[in-house]
Write a protein that binds this ligand. Structure first.
Ligand code: G6Q
Length: 552
């Protein structure tokens, strides 16, 4: 089917909608409003602009530069853009990924066994649960030691080889759920084509005790196949080249059975997924096999339940109290009406060390687009750059810019009331810091306040804080597998709503596909002795220098 056949009928452009103009006028009128004044004017602000979602997840967006009227106008825009109908289309399995002619059904990965979701007449929920059941048997056999390696030893090290969507989710989840893992198993994640990644991650592993999970939807990705081949060589060297060892030390997660088999992995040890799961939405598919081995099938099911709870909330809750929708709308306000170009995600939990990196892909690969569904360039900003680090570390580094720099940096603070490692005063100090940061960003410190503390007038400008810097605080009871599921689904659906409003396809990734072919032309040129074929003078010079160094 051609793109022309699948592209949508022209819809009115986002920036010609009356709801868009209303927001522009409102933004102009609100330009001078300071959070100090907004809080002073509305004593109920914290309760009006906050919402509690599934599992006690509390989202306070009262420190965003919005008023209840702003939210009404944003909700009008969401309705005008058909957010509700599009949510239904996604859950129904419509092929809303137009450029790839695919359904977008990561929500089916956590659907209960008795739900029916049809894609091309096939009930995908049955397939999902078949794979989950096989994963459970396999995960249990590794955890119990029933699965033996080639020499009869039990598995102690699990190495996930994958990249992008086949790496970031499992790697993030392993860190996030470390407290729930079986500690006599170690887990490592190899993604980079830089040989250092493989060498460092496996240097203390005994091949006889190591299981490789080769995760690749396509099973053709350069980095993953290079690392997989290196892993096979590494293992076979230890087993005197006996290829029967591969079956005991390699399993695959892929949609491509033919390639898996050609690699030498028994397809009985392959766990499938489907083209209606985008890589960055796949951590709760078989791509999460390492997660399931780490935390066990029961806790993996809780993770899925958490996703599911947020799915149900997203699908059934009115837009005005729907967490992902509100979060998305606040983001639209910051990006399109306040001119913010970035979003800092700042979890105050060491276990969420890789959460921002995970979201970077989820958000920027999904909504980093400048062409609308109608095939035309959009005339409005889309995805902001997403970045961040866990608190409190960032406070001693880049927070300076968030407090006093020139760009506006909206922040998402994420914190948990109950610590997983209750040690002395740590938790109160952690939480005091996250609350204090959000407060300082919102209210700042006036010149008068600075001077009243005895600061010399010439220094006062340096020590004053403008404030009015927006943030949302997401406060949850405790980081559990279920809460992690809710949290990820929150961001997945937020991305979906923003993509819907911006009128882009959040589910393709042509920029990533480009990366997969770009290097192919240069690879043979690096080792050839003939003059390098013509490139621009810069690339030509770099190739020549590298070749000279390589041949020395
Ligand atoms: C995710 C992207 C991308 C993909 C990797 C790995 O949405 O498509 O990050 O996951 O390029 O692809 P394979 O799983 O096919 O190896």
């Amino acid at each position: 089917m051609s793109f022309a056949q699948t592209s949508v009928a022209p819809a009115p452009l986002l920036n010609t909608l009356p709801q868009w103009s209303a927001l522009q006028s409102h933004a102009l009128a609100q330009r001078e409003a300071h959070l100090r004044d907004l809080f002073a004017a509305d004593p109920a602000r914290a309760s009006t602009l906050s919402v509690e979602g599934p599992g006690g997840m509390f989202m306070d967006y009262s420190k965003q530069r919005v008023t209840p009227h702003t939210m009404e106008l944003l909700l009008d825009l969401a309705h005008a853009k058909g957010v509700r109908a599009r949510i239904d289309a996604m859950f129904r399995g419509d092929k809303i990924n137009l450029t790839e002619d695919r359904a977008v059904l990561h929500v089916a990965l956590r659907a209960p066994r008795d739900e029916r979701i049809l894609v091309d007449g096939v009930d995908v929920v049955v397939e999902v649960h078949d794979v989950l059941d096989r994963m459970k048997v396999f995960a249990d056999s590794i955890r119990s030691g029933a699965w033996k390696g080639h020499t009869g030893k039990r598995i102690r090290h699990v190495v996930n080889i994958g990249i992008g969507g086949s790496d970031l989710g499992p790697a993030m989840a392993y860190d996030a759920l470390a407290a729930y893992t079986q500690r006599d198993l170690s887990f490592r994640f190899v993604s980079n084509v830089d040989g250092t990644d493989f060498a460092e991650k496996t240097r203390d592993c005994d091949p006889a005790e190591t299981l490789f999970i080769i995760c690749s939807k396509t099973f053709t990705t350069l980095e993953t196949m290079t690392n997989a081949n290196t892993a096979r060589d590494w293992a076979l060297k230890a087993f005197a080249g006996d290829v029967t060892a591969v079956a005991k030390h390699f399993v695959a997660v892929s949609t491509n059975a033919q390639k898996v088999s050609a690699f030498g992995i028994d397809t009985a040890n392959m766990f499938g997924f489907w083209d209606w799961v985008g890589g960055r939405y796949s951590m709760d598919s078989a791509i999460g096999l390492s997660t399931m081995i780490a935390v066990g099938p029961a806790q993996f099911t809780q993770l899925l339940d958490g996703f599911r709870e947020m799915d149900v909330h997203f699908r059934t809750t009115p837009l005005a109290s729907n967490l992902p929708v509100l979060m998305a709308l606040v983001g639209i306000w910051n990006t399109n009406f306040l001119g913010a170009q970035t979003l800092a995600v700042l979890p105050y939990d060491q276990y969420l060390d890789r959460f921002s990196a995970y979201l970077q892909q989820l958000e920027m690969e999904s909504n980093g687009k400048h062409v609308g569904l109608d095939g035309n360039r959009v005339a409005w900003e889309t995805c902001p750059a997403v970045w961040g680090q866990p608190g409190t570390n960032g406070q001693h580094a880049f927070y300076q810019m968030i407090h006093q720099g020139t760009p506006l940096v909206p922040c998402d603070f994420i914190a948990f009331c109950e610590p997983l490692n209750p040690l002395g005063v740590h938790q109160d100090l952690l939480i005091a810091n996250v609350f204090a940061q959000a407060e300082a960003l919102a209210f700042g410190k006036t010149r008068a306040e600075v001077e009243s503390e005895g600061c010399a007038p010439w220094l006062a400008a340096h020590r004053q804080f403008d404030g009015n810097r927006p943030s949302t605080t997401i406060l949850c009871p405790r980081l559990t597998p279920m809460m992690l599921g809710r949290l990820i689904a929150l961001y997945e659906h937020k991305v979906f709503v923003q993509g819907t409003i911006w009128g882009i396809n959040s589910f393709d990734q042509w920029g990533v596909e480009l990366g997969k072919v770009l290097a192919q032309r240069i690879i043979p040129e690096l080792s050839g002795s003939a003059p390098t074929p013509a490139h621009d003078s810069s690339t030509q010079t770099l190739i020549a220098r590298y070749r000279a160094a390589r041949d020395r």
